[in-house]
Design a protein around this ligand. Structure first.
Ligand code: S3P
Length: 174
């Protein structure tokens, strides 16, 4: 039978803790596509953790690195890859058409409780190191949901779905 695997790349976007890395790994296994993580690429490029980049070089520098990474990925003409993005990557408007050019963009949508639960397990996310992370998440979601909606080819509600269910939900529509 003819292969029906998506020829282009699958790009995962969504808020911190929406499961982009986890679902990326699962999809990578199911499709035998390599996984690229933009945060990890920036950490390699800068030889610093995301938290250290934010504190030592500032968020604007991090955002410039994100755009550079996406441009590099397009120049490479990649196909058959899974790309997990940092949650703020689509916020810069110029990055959105680049992401859509790179592949099939999937928004992993998750609610505040899910995000809070997943992100409170680590303190690797400088933007959530606040007095009241729940409020921070709610305010950021309020601003960002329309951005994710704008960039995505597919929106998938993931709260209540397990890893396998989410991955199969993507493959059914990709
Ligand atoms: C950010 C999300 C993080 C990381 C950085 C900023 C954001 O990635 O890029 O801390 O602005 O939403 P994850 O979505 O992988 O946590």
């Amino acid at each position: 039978e003819e292969s029906t695997l998506p020829a282009k790349n699958i790009i995962l976007v969504g808020f911190m803790g929406s499961g982009k890395s986890t679902i990326g790994r699962e999809l990578g296994k199911l499709l035998s596509y390599p996984l690229i993580d933009t945060d990890s690429q920036i950490e390699e490029l800068e030889r610093l953790s995301v938290a250290d980049i934010f504190s030592l070089k500032g968020e604007p520098h991090f955002r410039n690195c994100e755009t550079q990474i996406v441009e590099n990925l397009i120049e490479q003409g990649l196909t058959h890859h899974i790309i997990a993005t940092g949650g703020g990557l689509p916020v810069k408007e110029e990055n959105r058409p680049l992401l859509r050019k790179l592949g099939y963009v999937v928004w992993l949508d998750a609610n505040t409780d899910t995000i809070l639960e997943r992100t409170s397990r680590t303190n690797t996310r400088p933007l959530l190191q606040t007095e009241n992370p729940r409020k921070t998440i709610e305010e950021m979601l309020e601003r960002r949901n329309s951005i994710y909606q704008d960039v995505a080819h597919l929106r998938l509600q993931t709260s209540g779905l397990n890893i396998a269910e989410t991955a199969h939900g993507i493959l059914e529509s990709a």
